[in-house]
Design a protein around this ligand. Sequence first.
Ligand SMILES: [Zn+2]
Length: 676
Amino acid sequence: MTILNKPFDTQYNTAPFSKLKTEEFLSAFKTAIKKAKSEIDTIVNNKEKPTFQNTIEALDYSGEELDRISSIFFNLNSAETNDEIQKIAQEVSPLLSEFSNDIALNEDLFNRVKSVFDSKSDLKLNTEQATLLDKKYKSFARNGANLPEDKKERLRAIDKELSQLKLKFGEHILAETNKFEMHLTHIDNLDGLPEGAKEAAKQLAESKGRKGWLITLDYPSYIPFMTHAKSRSLRKKLSKAFGSKGFKSDELDNKAIVLKISNLRYERAQLLGYQTHAHFVLEERMAESPVKVNHFLEDLLEKAKPAAIKEFKKLQDFAKEFDGIDQLQKWDSAYYSEKLKQKLFDLDDEKLKPYFKLENVIEGAFTVANKLFGLEFNEMDTIDKYHKDVMTYKVEDADGELVSIFYADFFPRAGKRNGAWMTSFKPQMIKNGTNERPHVSIVCNFTKPTKSKPSLLTFNEVTTLFHEFGHALHGMLANTTYPSLSGTSVYWDFVELPSQILENWCYEEETLKLFAKHYKTDQVIPMELIEKIKKSANFNEGMQTLRQLSFGMLDMAWHGVDPSEIKDIKTYELKAFGETQLYPDVKANCMSTAFAHIFQGGYSSGYYSYKWAEVLDADAFEYFKEEGIFNKTVANKFKTYVLSQGGTENPMTLYKKFRGQEPKPEALLRRAGLIK
Ligand SMILES: [Zn+2]
């Protein structure tokens, strides 16, 4: 037995990183899976009749050791990986999915869960228990546990076919992306591009043994070209190549796959007793139903469209004046937007960065958490960590009670993946009468300090830090009984509320005075710079909103109907876009055949949630603005009804308890300057 299979003999039971041996993980996993299996067997073989405690609760507390090892291992695989860890991940992943399939298909276990579920009304459960019972029951039912054998078989066949089709869809897009290259042989063709982008294009050509410059459909190559390249005809060529992925009726075409996927999803939903795939998905979302999502999207469209039309006209006039363009096309959008933005706001990162020294920003986030929720962060040097750059803190409440252990890992390294995220090493739960506090972590990739210069963040990095810190607060302040309902384990379209709302504090003078001080002179950032940041963040927000809405509407059009009658994808798509389009259509282009979010990734019937989360955070922050951004009463309500509750209750109910009413889109539209 490895050190991982025993309770950790450390202060606060934190993970003993320095003592972990990579080669021990595989056997630790195997031991923990065996243990988790036997815990399930104990539940199933219990001679007593199924009760909430001996079945539902026991199921939720089972597998604790496996969860702990998984958290540690997969967090390392994201933040400090190497070949050995990656190899173990390859070996362990099938074992883990086999284990969770075994549970999902365990009929005896389901029968016990169902028996408790069927007697629900007699059980006198509290809200959290009732939610847990629903969740456990649905995790089986939504995978077909209630179906007769022949339909179960059909369901499994559909799932298998769907996973192959999604894979194929993605492979086609990737192959399309890799196949295309725009080979440029005259430096004039790159006019307008920043030096870095020119250099990258040259290096790419060199790496393929070519002369000149190569532009591809990969974002780091595509985006700078569309934003800065003077040549309208080359932008057109590149844009058309980008927009016609999977739509050329060749061996990489995705039209048939799109139809097949949406029809199979529809059939699957019908088998399980749902009207459409969107009904199935939205059952477990705050938005609840396709009717509500469609109404949400249409309402926003109606309110944002007048501003979008004005912005479009302004951009059109600018392009006319600047270059004599009579009709703006899709390939002009990024280019003239950038030019107009430069003209309106002369803002660059270098001017802002000196005010955002990393240490000051961290202190700023801690001060905000202190003023709002009374939290105290104290750096600890006795907690074991997986890399020397990681910082560790003990978090206490105003009474000096332990709230959480907090890890922060800020700088890029070879073994760390890109981006920024929040995660945890240990969940919060109340077990055997003890409130076990969580171990929460945020991981980012900010510029490292040098000998002569501290780490100075761009404004975008500042909001990223606050965003992840907001997720972390959701984890740290968790106060629920059951681990599967704790912290960030909430409906998918609710999880970004705590993170996005925290970003709002970064734009407030009252907050910035606390921490945005020049690293050399200690002078507070001038407010006119902040005003510029706000205005430029809202630049062309109306057009951006229409674009997001068009994707959400297309997603709902594919998943909220019976798709069997759809024959021509392009015609159907144009109809679905409805009133959202400002630019002339490009005949050779199609969005659906390259819409990986919904046909390959996990966003089907979920694209609306980007805007949904923005509406929530703007509406919630407006409440703070009304009462004062550090108002204790509002903060306390936010903590009591949102941050501490995890997924114990329907999020709309929780939100209404906090806000006193359902969220309205007006706050977002006001913040974005789209309405007065
Ligand atoms: Zn987030």
